[in-house]
Write a protein that binds this ligand. Structure first.
Ligand SMILES: Cc1cc2nc3c(=O)[nH]c(=O)nc-3n(C[C@H](O)[C@H](O)[C@H](O)COP(=O)(O)OP(=O)(O)OC[C@H]3O[C@@H](n4cnc5c(N)ncnc54)[C@H](O)[C@@H]3O)c2cc1C
Length: 378
């Protein structure tokens, strides 16, 4: 066992759990705290009254190319294969594949597209001649024309970010996936696409089940806690730690609306995006994810998502806000510089580093950085 004092970890999400387990296995005593009343952070799930497993903070699909990350989580529970695909609902009720693929174009323009050349020719015919796109709107218009831009990107951007495409940098949409074939897999490049068979919460119970780890829930962080700790790995919002002395780091958030629907009305893809001008971006039909109908009955659960600012949702921080001028990233760097001047303190995870990170990225970063820290202690 290392040292008389435990390592304190703030946050029982993926960042905190990976640090906790890695440190515990290296012989460190670990105290994990979380202000919520549950483990698993934003990956938390639970079986609801309809007998359906619902992800509390929106659908969490695990996908990665990183074998080490996949092997690591596979140690803690059985995984089931799941290849995610999404459809978008048009005004007339039709569902078309998203990201836009050859089938989407055939359905929208009502033409057969026998090969990739035909797809390119169609896109060229609808694209607008804009030589040096000055913003995201111009970039999209120059690549895919007004119909696709106004259907799939404009309403979504308005709802999700509260922004017009004209106010966003072209770089934000430069890597939009656009498929020249019929591929409908949402993550076509990822070798490992799975869901934990018994849910994320059960997976976290297993990760945290180690004699060197203790977990305290309903426990908000207090700076006084650091005095008793050998080190503090902290996944809380970095601006909150420093009392927002350089200003707030804003986030977009989501209000989740749960509906009960007859099970026999549910089919298609697990996630359906809306293209209308209403406030909701998408719905998740949990029953269509493998192993999510735990006690199937006549009714099932569907969750609708309504994006909002984090102030409008009890300061639930989901997506760091990125603007074309990068002003919030500049503010973040001031906090990071300040943090570097503090002894025995490291910020980790999504809110600690003010970046949107998928689960596999958080797991990978946490494994790499935690092992480096452990090596540096010996
Ligand atoms: C709507 C949504 C959908 C997503 N879908 C996917 C997906 O499909 N695939 C994917 O790979 N990733 C997805 N993600 C990303 C995924 O949620 C993150 O990668 C992951 O949660 C990051 O883990 P974390 O530990 O950094 O943060 P979190 O999971 O947020 O954990 C941080 C924890 O710290 C606690 N905490 C914060 N402040 C304090 C404090 N002051 N005191 C005590 N505790 C505190 C919080 O309560 C929280 O439990 C999605 C995220 C969102 C928001």
């Amino acid at each position: 066992m290392h040292g008389p004092r435990p390592v304190l970890i703030v946050g029982a999400g993926f960042a905190g759990a990976v640090y906790g387990r890695t440190l515990a296995e290296a012989g460190w005593r670990v105290q994990i705290i979380d202000r919520r009343d549950h483990i698993a952070g934003n990956a938390h799930d639970a079986v609801d009254a309809n007998g359906v497993r619902v992800h509390t903070y929106g659908p969490h699909l695990f996908h990665t190319q990183n074998k080490e990350v996949f092997d690591w989580i596979s140690r803690f529970g059985a995984m089931v294969p799941y290849r995610h695909s999404v459809t978008a609902q048009l005004d007339d009720g039709r569902l078309v594949p998203l990201p836009v693929n050859r089938r989407t174009l055939e359905m929208l323009y009502d033409v057969p597209l026998p090969d990739a050349d035909a797809v390119n020719a169609l896109l060229e015919s609808v694209a607008q001649p804009i030589e040096n796109p000055a913003n995201a709107a111009e970039y999209l218009l120059s690549r895919i024309g007004p119909t696709l831009t106004d259907l799939f990107f404009r309403p979504y951007t308005r709802k999700m970010w509260g922004l017009e495409l004209e106010d966003m940098d072209a770089s934000v949409v430069r890597r939009i996936p656009l498929r020249h074939d019929y591929t409908s897999n949402y993550f076509p490049d990822d070798t490992y696409q799975v869901l934990p068979r018994d849910g994320y919460t059960a997976l976290f119970h297993s990760i945290l089940d180690h004699p060197n780890i203790s977990v305290a829930l309903d426990t908000p962080f207090d700076k006084a806690m650091q005095a008793d700790a050998h080190w503090c790995f902290n996944a809380m919002a970095i601006d909150e730690y420093f009392d927002q002395c350089f200003g707030a780091l804003p986030y977009r958030s989501i209000r989740f609306h749960t509906q009960k629907r007859p099970r026999d009305q549910i089919d298609g893809t697990a996630v359906v995006n809306y293209t209308d001008d209403g406030p909701m971006t998408r719905e998740t039909r949990w029953a269509l994810l493998p192993c999510h109908e735990v006690n199937p009955g006549p009714d099932t659960t569907v969750t609708l998502e309504e994006p909002c600012s984090y102030e409008e949702n009890n300061f639930e921080r989901y997506y760091p806000v990125k603007t074309a001028d990068g002003r919030f990233q500049d503010v973040y760097r001031r906090y990071a510089d300040e943090a570097a001047r503090h002894d025995r303190l490291s910020f980790i995870g999504r809110c600690g580093t003010y970046q949107y990170l998928d689960m596999h990225q958080v797991i990978n970063q946490s494994l790499v950085q935690c092992r480096k820290w452990i090596d540096g202690q010996s």
